[in-house]
Design a protein around this ligand. Sequence first.
Ligand code: ZN
Length: 237
Amino acid sequence: MEDIRSLEDLLDLQVIDSDLDRLFERRAGLPELEAYRVAHEELSGIEQQLSEMTERLREIYLASDKSDGELKIEEDKAHREEQRLYAGGLSARDSEYLRAEVEMLRRQISQREDQSLALMEEEEQLDAARAEREKERDAVAAEKGRIEEVVAASWQQIDDEVARLEVRKAEVVRLIDTDLIELYEQIRSSQEGVGIARLGEGVCGGCHLTLSAAEQVQAVKTFPPRCIHCRRILAPQ
Ligand SMILES: [Zn+2]
């Protein structure tokens, strides 16, 4: 009788363990976790792009500063040379030489102005693109935060249920012989989490195969009774 009682307790333990297994599976397989992963990757990608845009803008600022500085030097020089030219008193040769130099400077200045303009245009476009990307970043970050809250709430719910079951499990485990629990755990680990099953009307509740009358008699002769097909522990009805 004592043996039969402990098999009934072991069946109770199996119910609790199966519930726990389902909870752990649910915890690891929440559909929001995939959505979280997608949002996380998207956010990382956007942040990478933003940092590249910021770096390019920094390069543009530096290039603009440099170009503006050089433009100022060239304009000052052109201005000085022009004044020398207008003041007169130069030989025809010097005057020709100076005129050629002023023309060259004016060409350089014109090219540099084009370059500055191109940099300004690029800066404007990049600024606008970055602002757009920042809006996307904020939206994805908000979505990620929302998913995080949903996951945390689901996990909390699951963890509360797990804690409740662990208390009941500890109560049941106390009633069962440790050797029997060890055997049960061993079978559970190789038989999809099911270590003990009910033997009802000659059918093993674990593998759902039938045991003949002779096989049933043979099975219950030993303790604990085991299914001849799947080797799970059997609790006779
Ligand atoms: Zn079986």
